[in-house]
Design a protein around this ligand. Structure first.
Ligand SMILES: Nc1ncnc2c1ncn2[C@@H]1O[C@H](COP(=O)(O)OP(=O)(O)OP(=O)(O)O)[C@@H](O)[C@H]1O
Ligand SMILES: [Mg+2]
Length: 512
């Protein structure tokens, strides 16, 4: 927007009730006359020329409805930052629009672009027509009020926060914007919700491990440092016993072997005793054992001798068996059975002790491992909790910052007004946050309920703030000023419409 806009001259042809009219604006231009003389139409015409709307931004057609006309025409000579420019809009006989810039016919697009390059419609209308602002949507109203008010500076807001919050945020804001911080820590994918889950998981892990530890029973009374020495001692004791037992086996096997040998020799002796009886009682054969011829003299002798010989042979054999047995008996007598069962018991006891020791060491190691896991889980739990607290702290701080920022901004904006009270935020209980909002009131009353004069007063105060804040100077049109009894501050150019009974249209100007 140009800093300074002035209305110089308006020309109307067949514009509502005006068949032909020219207005040369002064610093103050007073329009007066009875109802229907066309005061509002004159105020509307500049807006129609520029945007084809009425004073409130609604589409507007000024074509006369009650008399014949060839064309509707309005031209507006403006001075924009010291440079004059003339805009003109025409509705010709065919009902089509034509446009002129400095009397040069111009295409609709170019015309619109030229107007848009100079003015923001809502901004111009809010300044030109003080009532226009109140017809805007609250988001637009809010945006316009805040457009020219710089938000409170970061350091200014931080100054009002408690020291730990201010220090934390000051540090964080060096890397991220407030919105980004809110996204990082809050919301569904944010740190806070992640850490809440992580903390719950860590808690349950700690609990599970602690339960496992409780199930392990009391801690075994064993010193892992000295236990290997104890085991070595046991191994040495077992080795010593085994060493002492090493000859016993062979000795005992020999005894068993001798005992069975003696037993079998005795049995053989008993069998031979019986055989000997049979041999002795055997008759001397009197016939040849081969040819069955009766034996004679010498032959009988020979048979006798043969029997003798066989008896002798048998006796020798018998004696040998007896001698063998005696020898074995003598050998057995020299041996002594060595009893190892006690030693084996002793070894078993040592092995049991060793096993118990090893079990205790393993149990102790398992326990220590689990204790370390519990410790780690507790540390994880504490770490996630600390991070979670940090995230919550940051989110609270962001909230506090925003609330304070909103409060300071609201104060700042409010300080611009004298009778109007402006609300920029509303407190939302569910989110515990101040959300953007907008309302404007006069003495606790909404615009809609104000009287005609109060509406003008509210509009003027608002336009004054907009003028001051934007540092834009535009003409102001106050219509229906007869119902307003207050003071009018004139920035530069003022146009008023006043209903005066029984008076034809009068246009009075004051100043240049
Ligand atoms: N399109 C139109 N064609 C013809 N006459 C119109 C048209 N639109 C409005 N008028 C008439 O033009 C006249 C001027 O209207 P305008 O609103 O400018 O009067 P005013 O001076 O502001 O009156 P008031 O004091 O009641 O506000 C009125 O009589 C109105 O009925
Ligand atoms: Mg009027």
């Amino acid at each position: 927007m140009p800093k300074h806009t002035r209305l110089i001259e308006l020309e109307l042809e067949n514009f509502t009730s005006h068949r032909r009219l020219a207005v040369n604006y002064g610093r103050i231009t007073r329009l007066s006359g009875r109802n229907g003389v066309g005061k509002t139409s004159i105020g509307t015409a500049p807006v129609w020329v520029l945007w084809s709307t009425d004073l409130f931004g609604s589409k507007f057609n000024p074509s006369p409805v009650n008399y014949e006309f060839d064309r509707v025409f309005a031209s507006l000579l403006l001075e924009v930052d010291g440079v004059q420019i003339k805009f003109a809009r025409e509705i010709n006989e065919k009902g089509t629009n034509a446009f002129y810039i400095n009397d040069v016919p111009t295409k609709a697009k170019e015309y619109e672009a030229a107007v848009a390059s100079l003015f923001d419609r809502d901004e111009f209308l809010s300044l030109y027509n003080p009532q226009h602002f109140f017809g805007l949507h609250w988001t637009k109203q809010r945006e316009m009020i805040l457009r020219y008010t710089t938000p409170p500076a970061k350091q200014e807001v931080l100054k009002h926060l408690p020291e730990p919050q201010a220090a934390k945020l000051d540090e964080l804001l060096k890397k991220h914007s407030l919105d980004d911080l809110a996204k990082i820590h809050g919301g569904t994918g944010g740190q806070k919700s992640k850490l809440e889950k992580a903390n719950i998981a860590a808690q349950s892990r700690t609990k599970t491990l602690q339960e496992q530890l409780a199930l392990m029973g009391s801690e075994p009374d064993v010193d892992p440092a000295t236990a290997p020495q104890d085991i070595a001692k046991i191994d040495a004791a077992i080795a010593e016993i085994e060493q002492s037992m090493s000859g016993a086996d062979e000795n005992n096997r020999k005894i068993v072997a001798l005992q069975s040998k003696i037993k079998s020799l005795l049995e053989q002796r008993d069998r031979m005793k019986q055989q000997f009886q049979t041999l002795q009682s055997e008759p001397i054969a009197d016939a040849c054992r081969v040819c069955k011829q009766p034996l004679q003299g010498e032959a009988v002798e020979a048979a006798k001798a043969d029997k003798e010989r066989r008896i002798d042979e048998f006796k020798r054999e018998y004696d040998a068996i007896v001698a063998q047995r005696k020898e074995a008996e003598a050998e057995l007598a020299a041996l002594e059975y060595i009893d190892v069962s006690e030693k084996l018991d002793e070894i078993r006891r040592w092995q049991e002790a060793k096993q118990a020791l090893q079990d205790a060491i393993r149990a102790k190691e398992d326990r220590q491992k689990l204790e370390a896991q519990v410790e780690q889980a507790r540390a994880d739990e504490a770490a996630t909790l600390a991070s979670l607290k940090e995230s919550i702290f940051i989110l609270d701080t962001i909230k506090a910052y925003r609330a304070k920022e909103a409060e300071l901004q609201a104060e700042k904006v409010q300080s611009l007004f004298t009778t109007l009270s402006i609300r920029l935020f509303k407190y939302v209980k569910t989110t515990d946050e101040w959300e953007p909002d907008f309302s404007i009131q006069m003495d606790g009353k909404d615009y809609a309920v104000l009287s005609a004069g109060e509406k003008i007063a509210a509009g003027l105060e608002l336009a004054e703030v907009l003028h001051k804040q934007s540092e834009l100077i535009t003409p102001v049109f106050i219509d229906g000023i007869e119902s307003y009894t207050g003071r009018v501050a004139v920035y530069d150019q003022l146009i008023t419409g006043r209903a005066v009974p029984e008076q034809e249209l009068k246009i009075e100007t004051e100043g240049k």
